[in-house]
Every structure is written in C-alpha cells, then in structure tokens.
Design a protein around this ligand. Structure first.
Ligand code: ATP
Length: 361
C-alpha cells in the first residue's frame, strides 16, 4: 500500500523554484531517502509532506487521503530534525512524553508508552536525566523516542545524524536500520550524504535543482545511473567521465581503443567507476601516475592518461583520473603504467543530453 504520495508537486519561493513537478510514491514500511546537493529542494519536499510548507501546485496524499489543506498536527506523521530541540528543563521521560501530554494522554498509559519507547531505544536508565546530562547520540535517541511515542503513520527525518561525529553516525545509522526493521514505520529521510543514502535506503531519490533525477535502489543508482549527474553524485571517488566515441562497434577514449561495445556509432561520454580500471601490461591507456593514496585494503591511484580528457566542472586535481585497486602491487607516484577498462563494465552517456545510453548487460 502507498503511505505517502506526491503528485506533480511544485514549490516556488518568489523567483526560486525549490521543487519542480515532483512525483513520488512511498510504499508502506519503506525507507525512502531524498538525497542531493545543498539547495536541491530536499528539505522543502519533506516540509511539504509534513505540512510545514504549503505546496504551490500538485497534490500530497498520506494513507490515500489528500492532505494539502491539513495542518501538520492532523497529518499523523512525526518529524526528527538535525537539531534535536529537546526541552532543556524537562527530563528525558518528560521530553518523550510531551507529544502524548499534548494529546491529553495521562497516568498509567502515558508512563507505559514512554517506558515502551525507552525500552525499544535502550535508554531506560536515562529517563530521569536532563538533556544536558546526555551525549549527542543519546540526545538523538531521545528525539527519535519523542517522535516514536506518537505511533505515527510515517517518520520524516531531516539530516538527523549530521550533528554527530563520524563514529557515532555509523553507529546511529545501524541503530536506525535495526529500528526500522523491527517497527517497519514508513520513513522519508533527507540527507546530502550519499553514503548515508546508500546504506539506509530501500530506495533513493536523487534530486538536483528541485527536479527528480532518478528513483531507484542503491545498487541500481550505482550500477545504472540514469544520467551524468547521478553518475558523479553517487559513489566516492566519483565515476570518471571521459570523452569517447564508438566506431564500428569499438569503444575508444581519446587515442585508446578499449574493445567491442554494444552501442551505435557516434560520440559518447564514457563513465568508468574507479574500481573498473585495471593495471594491464600492454593496455591501451598510457598513464602517468601523479599520486597514490594507500587506504589499507585498497589504494586510490590518481593518474593522467595521455590524449584523454576527463569531463569535470572543477580544475586542477579533478582533471586526474582515479582508479581503485584492491590487490597486487599498486603503481607508485611518478611511474608510467598502462591501464585498461573493460567496455562491458563502463556506462555510456549521450554527450548532448547527459542521459545514459541503454546497454545490454
Ligand atoms: P540543504 O542541504 O542546504 O539544506 P536542501 O536541498 O534541503 O538544501 P532546500 O532547503 O529545500 O534545499 O532549498 C531549496 C531552494 O529553495 C534553495 O534555493 C533555497 O534557497 C530556497 N528556499 C528554501 N526555503 C526558502 C524560503 N523560506 N524562502 C525563500 N527561498 C527558500
């Protein structure tokens, strides 16, 4: 069943088109991520679902009912923000119970529901403390508890982990996943962090300039990006985009012929994931290794390939190609080596539109 649905939803602030004709359906129990660069409209989209922002045009449904005119309190959803906004003078128990008290829930039922949430989140020993006596992760758990206690139809989360340090973020990510598996509450989650998007989401919607770019599973976003924006936004280091062409069924980047490819003749943009480059004696790419990053289990090799242009907006180091090598003896900085990329693993894009060219896999 569909829990949340956006039909042709747009939002303008004066001249700014923050969200542009967005269609989206979130299935019941799904964990859906909205991801994109700063200013792409993800918070605005979430706030419209919550009822904190009016839509300029289009329709929003929750549980099949049009909610465009309903105030936030009547939409039966709960929001968790980046800044947890706990009440500093209240105990953890009172913070969690606050939404229930507003609904006039009192006495044993109130205490029982707060205790249940505290047990789920493993914060029972903290119920008597004030927010100032908690760590960042514990505070975030209390904020989630306060949302959970209402038993909402859906959770809306806006960068809820971005105030935490890197280690705690990883831990809280795992906790959110476990919680979602146990409770199955429909969740729409906003982040600009593609790792978070890829690890948490059942499906991920990539937004740019207020427009949907691709809505897909994390694996498909990574392996079959719909356009060059998604190709370079998802994955770190980014996919290498190179100017190339297909002639007589053979794929070339610059002067280097990579091999046969199932695509019509013409100019193409060739997308190569860093892990799809291999060092190959006698390979077609003549490369000068500029610098190497040893990350332990893998090595990032940044190289310049003669006659090959990388398509990037930036300058300097971004002009270099990057390979991710996980075994063998990686090349060293300053060496001249040969590389190859298997044409069956690359993604081809139309250089005029940036859209992926369908290839049989
Ligand atoms: P970030 O990751 O930086 O929070 P975002 O993807 O969540 O970005 P939004 O906050 O949704 O982006 O903003 C989308 C666009 O709408 C931006 O250009 C922003 O400046 C504009 N915008 C958002 N809120 C308002 C507002 N209240 N008034 C005017 N413009 C706004």
């Amino acid at each position: 069943m569909t829990a949340v649905e956006l039909r042709d939803v747009s939002k303008s602030f004066a001249e700014t088109r923050a969200v542009d004709r967005l269609d989206l359906t979130v299935a019941e129990g799904e964990f859906l991520i909205l991801v994109g660069p700063s200013g792409c409209g993800k918070t605005t989209a979430l706030r419209m679902i919550a009822g904190l922002e009016e839509v300029t045009s289009g329709e929003i449904r929750i549980d099949g009912r049009v909610v465009n005119e309903l105030p936030p309190a009547r939409r039966d959803i709960a929001m968790v923000f980046q800044n947890y906004a706990l009440y500093p003078n209240m105990t953890v128990a009172d913070n969690i119970g606050f939404p229930l008290r507003r609904q006039r829930v009192r006495g044993a039922e109130l205490r029982g529901r707060v205790a249940e949430v505290a047990r789920i989140l493993d914060i029972e020993p903290l119920l008597g403390r004030k927010p100032s006596q908690l760590s960042g992760g514990q505070r975030q758990r209390v904020a989630i508890g306060r949302a959970l206690v209402r038993r909402p139809k859906a959770f809306l989360m806006d960068e809820p982990l971005s105030n935490l340090d890197a280690k705690l973020r990883v831990q809280m990510r795992a906790e959110l996943l476990t919680l979602h598996r146990r409770l199955g509450i429909t969740t729409v989650y906003v982040t600009h962090d593609q790792t978070e998007a890829m690890t948490l989401g059942d499906r991920v919607l990539v937004l740019a300039g207020g427009r949907a770019q691709q809505l897909d599973s994390p694996q498909r976003l990574y392996r079959s990006p719909a356009n060059t924006f998604v190709a370079t936004f998802i994955g770190s280091p980014s996919m290498n985009l190179l100017q190339g062409c297909v002639r007589g069924g053979e794929l070339a980047v610059g002067p280097a012929w990579l091999g046969p490819v199932d695509a019509p003749d013409g100019d193409v943009t060739v997308g190569v994931r860093p892990e799809d480059f291999v060092v190959a004696d006698g390979g077609p790419l003549d490369a000068h290794v500029e610098f190497v990053e040893d990350l332990g289990p893998e090595t990032l090799v940044h190289f310049r390939a003669s006659g090959i242009d990388r398509i990037v907006d930036g300058e300097g180091a971004a002009k270099l190609l990057v390979a991710r090598l996980s075994s063998g003896r990686p090349p060293r900085a300053g060496e001249q080596r040969r590389f190859w990329a298997d044409p069956r693993k690359v993604t081809l894009f139309d250089p005029a539109t940036g859209l992926a060219i369908e290839q049989p896999r």
